[in-house]
Ligand binder design. Structure first.
Ligand SMILES: Nc1ncnc2c1ncn2[C@@H]1O[C@H](COP(=O)(O)OP(=O)(O)OP(=O)(O)O)[C@@H](O)[C@H]1O
Ligand SMILES: [Zn+2]
Length: 613
């Protein structure tokens, strides 16, 4: 219960909430019940059936509607005097600019991805508004507090991005269920139903460059004129699980040191049941809506925790393939795997299991495969409720101007020192942070075969989450985005995207410096280019390496006056969130200051923007 003094501040505060999902629903309810009266809420998404078990402001009849708008209406039902502005929009839209952020006393995040979190972090820094950041995964969660110039910003700690796998492991040498699932959802699913140009090939590569497989032909995955669906489905099955592997097996060298995979053909797996099921399909598919179509249910496979037999996997594969053709054809070419798409999950589970069987890898239940494919750690409503309560507590401390009382709080799965909630004191801004301290970054790249396009997509947007990049080389503007650009400028920038770095009029080579800027985020950063001839395909699949400029000597001094221990041997355990890593460990203990993981850095002076040429 807030004190009278706190209540007075709470009632006057204007708060921005980003995200109305698991944490967001709890948070909006808690803010309303605490006495907050003026809330803006942004969420880009609509309600899914799978949200209903924990996003309790939503009901079945709301499926398909805006999360932000329905959450607003649900809360107004029990707190009608609140002022809630709900936006069904991406927080990265240019409407939500620095001026928009400036109107708030505090920003509260209930997001699920690093990219949007980074964007909000930068706007909060630019607008000088404090940010309470949060995340949860299963029983684990954390709440952190960020205040410009006084604490770490959200990006002071390096975030690990989702695990990626080298293409050759996925196409040729899978050894774990996850490799088969990634193959099924990113490669096979893409080839059959998605943008065929974007998916890599499905060939099992061998040391023999001359082998080629049927699935290399772009037409292989299309239903041919005059071909019956049954023979098409069998052809795809045999091509993908049989022929491709037989071609690869021909090269003895490849398999000398590896376990030989086993080709699978449909007639060996389910010759009898297959025809029966395909014949009954079309009639059953008719009348089912897109969301309810299920190959597994039609086959009587209703227990999602049970691992299907090889024959059952083959049947689901064929049945799902036909159901996609019967009910989803208009989406072909643009379908991407979505963990909330039941038929897609069934297809991917079956395909991954068939592949797993070829490579003698354990098969998975639909429930497990869905978890792996969607990067899911099943959400726990109680964790979200705890996290939301903590967010509100930290927000109140910020509004009361009690930053010294603010804490980073970790919600643990098992008690440690009899505590489930571990508070840790805040650290000051890191001088090595490229966002709040504008420390230059270093990009190792082969300047003679890397195009500007690769840097924009993989590094500037992909790794640095710059939303509307402007790139300058000295005083030359070499790239920018924006709606108000003249046509000839757009054409020139598009030409630049296709140029290799060293073929610019002033070549971008070893030692060159590129300046990045995002006007919406008010973000600037410089990128020092280092030429490198070769990269390790397995470890550096982007053919580029981005790093900060760290030395190992001194540690940060914090503006909060915290004393950093010189040595900290406490183990820190990294726990992967959906797309984020949270740190939990002894360093988070109450009374123990968090260790500074990164060291002193070369700090760049604030740069003046030069005019475009
Ligand atoms: N850029 C963004 N702008 C606005 N809202 C966003 C943005 N990125 C993510 N969100 C919202 O943040 C919320 C995060 O909530 P949560 O983690 O519970 O995800 P979910 O999609 O509801 O659940 P799940 O992923 O488990 O199915 C989602 O409602 C999502 O729409
Ligand atoms: Zn920072």
């Amino acid at each position: 219960m807030a004190s009278a003094e706190e209540l007075a501040v709470i009632e006057k505060a204007k708060v921005l909430m980003v995200g109305a999902g698991g944490i967001g629903c709890e948070l909006l309810k808690t803010l309303a019940l605490t006495g907050f009266k003026d809330i803006h809420l942004i969420d880009l998404d609509t309600i899914e059936v799978s949200n209903l078990n924990r996003q309790f402001l939503f009901r079945k009849q709301h499926v398909g509607q805006s999360k932000a708008k329905v959450a607003r209406e649900a809360v107004l039902k029990f707190k009608p005097d609140l002022k809630i502005e709900a936006y069904h929009a991406n927080v990265k839209n240019s409407d939500f600019n620095v001026d928009y952020f400036r109107q708030f006393n505090v920003v509260l995040n209930g997001l699920d991805n690093v990219d949007a979190r980074r964007h909000v972090n930068r706007l909060c820094l630019a607008a000088g508004v404090p940010l309470v950041e949060s995340g949860s995964t299963g029983y684990l969660g954390q709440v952190t507090v960020h205040v410009k110039d006084r604490t770490e910003c959200y990006e002071c700690q390096t975030k690990e991005l989702p695990k990626t796998y080298p293409v050759c492991t996925i196409t040729s040498t899978p050894s774990k269920p996850v490799h088969c699932i990634v193959w099924a959802k990113d490669l096979l699913f893409g080839k059959l139903f998605g943008d065929k140009n974007q998916s890599s090939d499905l060939v099992v590569h061998t040391t023999d460059q001359n082998t080629s497989a049927a699935t290399e032909d772009a037409e292989f995955f299309n239903l041919k004129d005059g071909e019956t669906f049954e023979s098409y489905a069998c052809r795809v099955f045999d091509g993908v699980f049989g022929h491709n592997i037989e071609v690869a097996l021909k090269n003895e060298d490849t398999w000398r040191a590896r376990k030989r995979p086993r080709p699978l053909h449909i007639n060996e797996v389910c010759s009898d049941s297959k025809r029966m099921r395909i014949d009954t399909l079309t009639s059953t598919a008719n009348g089912s809506s897109e969301h309810t179509v299920s190959a597994a249910r039609m086959l009587g496979l209703n227990n999602h925790q049970e691992v299907w037999s090889l024959k059952e996997n083959a049947s689901v594969f064929l049945q799902a393939l036909e159901l996609f053709h019967a009910t989803r054809k208009k989406e072909f070419g643009s379908l991407v795997f979505d963990k909330d798409d039941q038929l897609a999950v069934e297809f991917v589970t079956a395909a991954a299991n068939l592949r797993a069987s070829c490579f003698d890898i354990p098969m998975q239940s639909l429930f497990e495969a869905k978890g792996i494919a969607g990067n899911i750690v099943h959400a726990i409503a109680t964790t979200n409720a705890i996290i939301s309560g903590l967010i509100v507590l930290e927000a109140i401390k910020l509004l009361m101007d009690s930053l010294d009382d603010c804490r980073t709080t970790y919600c643990l799965e098992y008690p440690r020192r009899r505590m489930l909630l571990m508070p840790a004191e805040l650290s000051g801004p890191k001088s090595s942070c490229y966002v709040c301290s504008q420390t230059p970054l270093c990009l190792e790249v082969n300047t003679s075969n890397t195009k500007l396009k690769d840097i924009v997509e993989k590094i500037v947007k992909g790794k640095l989450s710059v939303n509307s990049p402007i790139i300058m080389q000295g005083s030359y503007l070499i790239y920018e985005t924006g709606e108000d650009l003249e046509e000839d400028m757009v054409a020139r920038y598009n030409q630049n995207l296709e140029k290799c770095l060293d073929s610019f009029p002033t070549p971008i080579v070893d030692g060159s410096i590129l300046l990045l800027e995002d006007l919406q985020q008010e973000f600037t950063c410089s990128l020092q280019i280092k030429h490198r001839e070769t990269f390790d395909e397995e470890k550096e699949p982007d053919n580029m390496v981005l790093s900060g400029k760290f030395s190992t000597a001194a540690r940060d001094q914090t503006s909060l006056g915290l004393v950093q221990p010189a040595v900290d041997n406490n183990p820190i355990q990294a726990i992967e969130d959906d797309d984020e890593v949270i740190l939990v460990g002894d360093a988070a203990k109450s009374g123990i200051k968090r260790k500074s993981l990164e060291e002193d850095a070369v700090v760049s002076g604030k740069r003046q923007r030069t005019e475009a040429s």
